[in-house]
Design a protein around this ligand. Sequence first.
Ligand code: NAP
Length: 265
Amino acid sequence: MTEPRPLAVITGASSGIGLELARQFADNGFDLLINAEDDELQAAAAELEATGASVQAVQADLRSYDGVEKLYAEILATGRPVEAAALNAGVGQGGPFVQTDLADELSIIQLNCASTVHLAKRLLKDMQARNSGKVLFTSSIASTIPGSFQAVYNASKSFVQSFAEALQNELKETEITITSLMPGPTETEFFERADMADDTAVGTSKKDSPAQVARQGFEALMSGRAKIVAGSLKTKASGIANKVTPDKAKAAMHRMMAKPGTGKK
Ligand code: NAP
């Protein structure tokens, strides 16, 4: 008898880092339950099925409480333990805080922070009952930088980072591992969605490959590492520099990268 494949849950799996994380899980013997909001998820599921994994796609808007509960109900309905979860869905918004739309920013908090806490609560209770499981939180290098002209997004990632590191400590006497994935600027739909693709220095700069970020994140998760700054050597060097750079200087550097009008045409 062959061993059944373990199940991994990945949110935000229709594009970018989440899709590449899903590919890593599939290529490494996991079946998948993937989530995103839009229909593009179905195309991602078809692509991932070609790896030989069984893939279930659950479309749900994680900005709402009911959306997260819908996803969790589908997870429970599989009747299978979740061996690994990547809580990855997230969005940003660039621009001066006094001009950006309040509704957009509250929905960033809803998705990046509230849904992450909500799903972690459900999944970790089940993992604790079995004393097994691995959870990857997609944080960001932005979690360590006051995000001038992207203020709410960076703050949301500081929340995720602090949350993940607190859970690592709470669960250190169990077999459950928590890993925080901290990408730098990565070539995905993120900057387009955040209205930063064309007129900011970060939006127009060369970015890391989502496949490379996901591979490093997956390897860190499997080896139970607490956190990883993932991507190119340049990104890893920024991660090291961030540890010793004063917050005020980091905010000034972020301004140069994220202020509208700084884009290279
Ligand atoms: P992306 O390509 O835009 O992917 C975002 C994913 O989140 C998509 O699958 C999207 O699906 C999903 N999503 C968005 N709103 C959702 C909602 N309301 N409910 C459920 N799913 C939703 O961007 P990405 O760069 O891969 O982002 C993935 C994660 O990486 C995010 O947490 C982001 O903060 C983080 N990150 C990105 C970078 C970067 O430079 N790209 C750097 C550091 C960290 P739909 O299209 O269906 O909405």
